[in-house]
Design a binder for this molecule. Structure first.
Ligand code: UDP
Length: 470
């Protein structure tokens, strides 16, 4: 039967089906994509896991279809990244059969030809396999940079050449700073290395990368949250190597109506507090939704920030400090008293709005791709402290290619934290990075403006949605 919501007299809407990977940094861009497609006249159906499930009441305009994921209802994001990788692999494997049933039911329900395509996160290979077997065209969303995607494509070669540890070659120790000349400007330390291929963790990381590439390759196109002025050579390389449409729709949040897909409640009070500070004076500190730090790092960061004298907003997620117990205080004793009046602590911030605020002059970030994009397109320079995954590569581009920030490497102590914060916020060096970030902000605005490259990519996406045929 025809269940498409038809406004009287209008043709029935075509459906796009979406399946995000259930982590904040993946949910946000997928929901922004949903917002864009919905505003272009598509009906949106969101398949989702029970784990980190979206709140349907916040999106009454979409249909939600839960898919069993084999996880216990109390599951949380694990603190060790190796375990996140294992969690993703387990979750996607468990979803495959239930998704097949759910998708088949949805296809029965919607009229033939009403379903345009499925857009799924590239980490969900089994979802692509199922869709393809049921003749649903797919588009892959990769929530990282174009450069990261190109690097993923190069992984088999990098293993072959010994840049990455492989079985029996673990004795080959490369210098961390050695350039990977096949994939400039990456160095060995910028690659995703979780362990030796011989051990389980190294093998799982390799598997994750290989699956992300496979999902892209079985799809009819690739969607990336980046823009031409930021990554033109990388995008051109991908178009050449993949021989499929590569849609650079970023910064995607600039196209979508504001919609909050946060898993944690955003504390908006910090926006008013920001109003009271001069332009570009406040440091915003956030390590994203997954990264954890040690207690020592927490202490050194806190005292370094305090010592810098710079006003700040700091996102301290519950459980962010490794090994802390629920009731244990996250920040060192005396820190709040020492920074009273010039610092605000929140458990979760309305980040896009914070970065857009004129009071913010710098971002201490873990270099997640969403954070990097959000910072770049608001003209905010960055202090990068990457942790895992694609974050090292993102920080490399920030420092070396776009020159809108710098990485703080090695052991943190309050002295080097203080110096780094000053460099970003009050030194000439930081001011130059801010000026370059301002140029990128303009370039992003052009790409998302009328006739800009990202706007054209959004048009292509809508066109694909209207013309794809089962
Ligand atoms: N974010 C937020 N409030 C915060 C911290 C982060 O809304 O206090 C959002 C941020 O705007 C971004 C996402 O969470 O869209 C984090 O994604 P990112 O890729 O930067 O990092 P991840 O969490 O995946 O490591």
């Amino acid at each position: 039967g025809e269940s498409t919501d038809t406004v009287h007299g209008d043709p029935p809407r075509r459906h796009v089906l979406l399946f995000p990977l259930p982590y904040q940094g993946h949910i946000n861009p997928m929901f922004r994509l949903a917002g864009v497609l919905h505003s272009r006249g598509f009906a949106v159906t969101v398949f989702h896991t029970h784990f980190n499930a979206p709140d349907p009441s916040r999106h009454p305009e979409y249909r939600f279809v839960p898919v069993a994921d084999g996880m216990s209802s109390s599951a949380t994001v694990p603190v060790a990244i190796e375990d996140v990788v294992a969690q993703i692999l387990a979750l996607t494997a468990a979803c495959e059969a239930p998704f097949r049933d759910r998708l088949a039911a949805v296809l029965d329900e919607y009229s033939k030809d009403a379903v345009a395509c499925l857009i799924a996160d590239a980490h969900l290979l089994p979802i692509f396999t199922v869709a393809t077997s049921l003749a649903v065209p797919t588009l892959a969303l990769r929530t990282g940079s174009a450069a990261c995607c190109a690097c993923f494509l190069a992984y088999p070669m990098l293993f072959e050449k010994g840049y990455l540890p492989v079985k029996g070659m673990s004795s080959l120790i490369l210098s961390r700073d050695m350039p990977v000349k096949e994939v400039p400007p990456y160095r060995v330390r910028d690659l995703i290395i979780l362990g030796d291929d011989e051990d389980e963790r190294g093998g799982q990381a390799r598997e994750l990368v290989a699956r992300a590439v496979a999902s892209v390759k079985v799809s009819s196109g690739l969607i990336l949250n980046t823009f031409d002025a930021l990554e033109r050579p990388e995008l051109e390389g991908l178009r050449r190597d993949l021989a499929m449409p590569v849609l650079d729709v970023g910064p995607i949040h600039k196209f979508a109506p504001a919609g909050d897909s946060s898993l944690l409640r955003q504390d908006r009070s910090c926006l008013e507090w920001l109003d009271t500070w001069p332009p570009a004076s406040v440091l915003y500190v956030s390590f994203g939704s997954v990264a954890c730090i040690t207690r020592r790092e927490m202490e050194e960061t806190a005292w370094g920030i305090a010592g810098s004298g710079v006003p700040f907003i700091w996102v301290v997620r519950p459980g962010m400090v490794r090994g802390s117990t629920p009731n244990q205080q996250e920040l060192p004793e005396g820190f709040e008293a020492a920074t009273r009046g010039r610092g605000v602590l929140v458990t979760w911030a309305p980040q896009e709005e914070v970065l857009r605020h004129r009071g913010v002059g710098g971002f201490w970030t873990h270099s997640g791709w969403n954070s990097t994009m959000e910072s770049v397109c608001e003209g905010v320079p960055m202090l990068c402290r990457p942790n895992f995954g694609d974050q090292m590569g993102n920080a490399r581009y920030v420092e070396h290619v776009w020159k809108v920030g710098f990485e703080v490497d090695g052991e943190l102590d309050r002295g080097n934290v203080e110096a780094a914060v000053r460099r970003l916020m009050t030194d000439k060096d930081g001011a130059e990075m801010r000026a370059r970030a301002g140029e990128l902000k303009k370039a992003a605005a052009e790409c998302t403006g009328k006739g800009g490259s990202s706007s054209v990519a959004i048009d292509k996406l809508s066109w694909f949605g209207s013309h794809a045929r089962r």
